[in-house]
Design a binder for this molecule. Structure first.
Ligand code: SAM
Length: 213
């Protein structure tokens, strides 16, 4: 449950940083502004931070550079190898959004970039409930991820990707669990979070959810 895409990330790990740097035309627009998006997320994070789907530790490094404490969780062993090489000082554990080591430290923010869409709707809801339990009062979830405004917007993005010849991207947009904006906000609200969303590029949005008292 929840880790069906991990083999793909084991295979992608060695070229992942080239992709986010814009070297793969197919995914250039998905990661457009990657560095400044991650910088914004790192600035918003409140220490101690828990990060899910660390990948190659690009966000983790930015959080550490800001002298914040971060505990990273990553299911792909190949991604973890690269993350530990790039950021030896980082605490990175095997795990995923739904199954992770229990931390004794109180957590004030939970962050993730380009990973939450790997959970289906039911799993997203279960994860948000667990995060509610893990976070301190007024704690924050801050995610960056691709989402669709609505069904028409999803169709339009898929058609554009197909017209551009980006068939892998078109397939991802259909097969992975990218949420619709309003239902995603409703899911956070149903678990006691106040949520706001802001579009960052053609695909990526910043999602900020604050736990009530
Ligand atoms: C597109 S990469 C993003 C990596 C990094 N956060 C970044 O912004 O570059 C997605 C990451 O999520 C991880 N992932 C996949 N399924 C996951 C799950 N169920 N829970 C947590 N992480 C997951 C993948 O292994 C991969 O490292």
């Amino acid at each position: 449950m929840g880790v069906e895409f991990v083999d793909l990330f084991d295979q992608w790990a060695s070229s992942y940083d080239d992709t986010v740097a814009g070297k793969d035309p197919e995914y250039r627009e998905v990661f457009e502004g990657y560095d400044s998006m991650l910088e914004e997320l790192a600035q918003l994070s409140v220490s101690p931070v828990m990060e899910f789907g660390v990948g190659t530790a690009n966000l983790t490094k930015k959080i550490i550079d800001q002298h914040k404490v971060v505990f990273g969780i990553e299911p792909s062993s190949e991604m973890r190898k690269i993350a530990k090489m790039k950021s030896p000082e980082a605490a990175i554990y095997a795990g995923d959004f739904l199954k992770f080591p229990k931390l004794q430290t109180p957590i004030r923010s939970i962050v993730s970039s380009f990973a939450f869409h790997h959970l289906n709707q039911e799993e997203k809801s279960a994860a948000i409930q667990m995060f509610h339990e893990q976070l301190e009062p007024q704690g924050k979830i801050i995610f960056i991820d691709t989402l669709f405004e609505n069904e028409a917007h999803k169709k339009q993005l898929i058609q554009q990707a197909e017209a551009d010849g980006f068939l892998n991207l078109a397939q991802d947009l259909q097969e992975e669990y990218y949420p619709y904006l309003e239902p995603l906000k409703e899911t956070f609200a149903a678990h006691g979070f106040e949520v706001s969303c802001k579009q960052l590029n053609k695909y990526a949005w910043l999602i900020q959810a604050t736990k009530g008292e």
